[in-house]
Write a protein that binds this ligand. Structure first.
Ligand code: F6P
Length: 254
């Protein structure tokens, strides 16, 4: 796509306790962010100007194509999208966008208020269903034996591990867990998938995974990825026209 939006989950119980990993829910402040995202996203993401008109597909399509949206007729050329949940045709052309979360509770809860009709749209002669996707590959870095500990506890109980990680954060692998290099490998298929999209995409994920995705999108150095600033309660918008001109905007919850 030309535009990718990245967001961490809203504040979690573990963020407050400074613990890493786990599968905690979000706090009241996290829920506030989820609601904010639910308001900002429809205007920001779903209506982003497309580099190609969704109506263009219909103009190019045959009469037969126009009739074949899930067996429901399309009402003329102006309404290319059908919400499969309600069976209603959108009153105005919808800018389709994609939504991805991890399998962890905190990202799913954060995306909960984002209105996302299950749309069907025609692309290259095929009708696609665009429902939100939940990917295990987007789960946070797995800290193995250190899951559920604070950084202080790790220094106290796994001193050598803490030292090794400080020395090489990119290559360091938690005991029975993952490294940033492992993350790069497991995010690789998703990076290829997102490159093939034409629609805007919103990814609700985690600090470490988003550092990797962000670095990939802006063409950052691999060794710098583990240090990228990805704050909570901030929507990051990355837009590019080809690989050379990249624009970045950060919209923080007020
Ligand atoms: O602290 C939140 C968190 O998402 C942890 O679950 C994860 O281990 C950590 O951030 C990753 O950041 P870093 O690589 O800087 O420890």
């Amino acid at each position: 796509p030309r535009t990718v939006y990245l967001s961490r989950h809203g504040q979690s119980l573990y963020d407050v306790e400074k613990k890493i990993g786990g599968n905690p829910g979000i706090t009241a402040a996290g829920e506030q962010y989820a609601k904010w995202l639910g308001k900002v996203v429809p205007g920001e993401v779903w209506t982003t100007t497309h580099h190609r008109s969704p109506l263009k597909d219909l103009e190019d399509s045959t009469d037969e194509d126009e009739q074949s949206c899930s067996g429901r007729p399309l009402f003329g050329r102006l309404f290319p999208c059908v919400d499969l949940r309600t069976g209603t045709t959108s009153p105005k052309p919808i800018q389709p966008a994609r939504l991805w979360t991890s399998t962890l509770k905190r990202t799913i809860d954060t995306a909960r208020h984002i209105p996302h009709p299950v749309l069907e749209l025609r692309d290259g002669g095929v009708w696609h269903q665009m429902s939100p996707r939940v990917y295990r590959n987007l789960d946070e870095i797995f800290a193995g034996d250190c899951e559920g500990l604070t950084y202080e506890e790790i220094e106290r109980t796994h001193g050598d591990e803490a030292r090794l990680r400080k020395r090489d954060k990119l290559g360091y692998r938690y005991p029975r867990g993952e490294s940033y290099l492992d993350l790069i490998a497991r995010l690789d298929p998703l990076m290829h998938e997102l490159e093939s999209y034409k629609e805007p995409l919103l990814v609700v994920s985690h600090q470490a995974t988003l550092r990797v995705l962000y670095s990939y999108l802006v063409g950052g150095e691999r060794r710098d990825a583990p240090k990228v600033e990805i704050p909570l309660h901030t929507l990051i918008k990355i837009t590019w026209d080809g690989w050379r001109s990249i624009r970045e905007e950060r919209i923080a919850m007020e």
